[in-house]
Design a protein around this ligand. Structure first.
Ligand code: HMG
Ligand code: MG
Length: 314
């Protein structure tokens, strides 16, 4: 067991976007920038920093351009910044932003697609192609999120052939990476292994990423199944922040610290400093004024609290 693990994985931090889009309280622009800076200092090399979607739908990220402008001034070394783009209007905002990469998104099922972006799957593919064509011509790298690939909150289990059909169309458009999303956190390891095997029969495994939510506690086990199946790109969110506003019950992304802790235990390099990641998690808790669900974060902060209490006594 664990003989085929890669030596290194790429972790895509989605907290500032996937996490904050779901928070009832708005975080100030400067605080978002501080948080992204803390993530960069922890060694996160790929950070999805915001979203150029409609501010009416996602008011939490209405300051996307300001966040991007603040980051441009900071010039974070060795960090690839990306953001979500839903359409050409979002693409124009992205282009002005000077962020590095864009991430398009769509759903594997009709019902989730309607709820999330008010379009059918075919309409979503058409919009996506419009943006992908322009972005490719401009020389940008493109990631696409494909949501609800294992289970849809409205349609139930999703067939891998349906996922394959959409993924093939995306790759044919020239997208560089497709992140397969377990948006409601319903997959188990066997599902993940089978999905990767089925999809990678026709799509290069190097182009696949996995995006797990920990709603039912299976996210880390699913990562191991993904690793075993040959995937080397995983999404995660600081402290387990996030969900999906249009997927009821989609509580919590896989926490970045939990993922990093497990990877290091498996001997897989991430380039991330766990201690500094905990600092970033502590900052996020402070900014949101609430504890985050990430388990490693909780444990590490409890140890720090105890150490501080003991040193006070002495
Ligand atoms: P729409 O309302 O269907 O389309 O929005 P519209 O074209 O009629 O636009 C309505 C208004 O939005 C108009 O303004 C547009 O100008 C404006 P008005 O004329 O009423 O003043 N608008 C925009 N403004 C700024 N930037 C834009 C933009 N586009 C339109 N880019 C749209 C269509 C897709 C834009 C809208 O439905 C939307 O933004 N939805 C938000 C979707 C979203 O962000 N969902 C969450 C992200 S997906 C996710 O979290 C899953 C993921 O994590 C993976 C996983 O877990 O599975 C990625
Ligand atoms: Mg998500």
């Amino acid at each position: 067991m664990f003989e085929k693990l890669p030596t290194r994985v790429k972790i895509v931090e989605v907290g500032p976007r996937d996490g904050l889009q779901n928070e009832p309280n708005l975080v100030e622009t400067d605080d978002k920038i501080r948080l992204i800076q803390a993530l960069a200092e922890a060694g996160l090399s790929h950070i999805e920093v915001t979203s150029f979607v409609s501010p009416k739908w996602i008011p939490q990220l209405k300051d996307a351009s300001e966040v991007a402008a603040g980051l441009a001034k900071l010039k974070l070394n060795g960090v690839t910044t990306s953001c979500l783009v839903p359409n050409l209007k979002g693409y124009e905002r992205f282009k002005e932003s000077k962020l590095d990469e864009l991430a398009l998104f769509m759903s594997a099922t009709e019902s989730h697609s309607k709820k999330n972006i008010n379009k059918s799957v075919e309409e979503a593919l058409a919009t996506l192609k419009e943006v992908a064509d322009v972005a490719k011509a401009d020389g940008f790298r493109i990631r696409v999120y494909l949501s609800v690939v294992f289970e849809c909150p409205y349609e139930g289990r999703v067939d891998s052939q349906q996922v394959l059909k959409v993924t093939e169309k995306l790759v044919a458009m020239g997208v560089d990476e497709v992140s397969l999303g377990d948006t409601i956190g319903a997959a188990t390891p066997k599902d993940v292994f089978k999905m990767v095997e089925d999809v990678s029969r026709y799509v290069d495994k190097q182009k696949l990423a996995l995006h797990f939510h920990d709603t039912r506690g299976t996210a880390l086990a699913n990562v191991v199944a993904g690793l075993e199946a040959g995937v080397t790109i995983f999404d995660a969110s600081l402290g387990g922040l996030g969900g999906c506003p249009y997927a009821p019950g989609a509580a919590g992304n896989l926490a970045t610290e939990d993922l990093v802790y497990m990877m290091h235990g498996l001997g897989v390099e991430t380039g991330i400093n766990l201690d500094k990641l905990v600092d970033a998690g502590a900052l996020a808790q402070k900014l949101l004024d609430k504890p985050l669900p990430g388990r490693y974060l909780k444990a590490a902060l409890a140890v720090r609290d105890k150490a501080n209490a003991t040193s006070n006594v002495c």
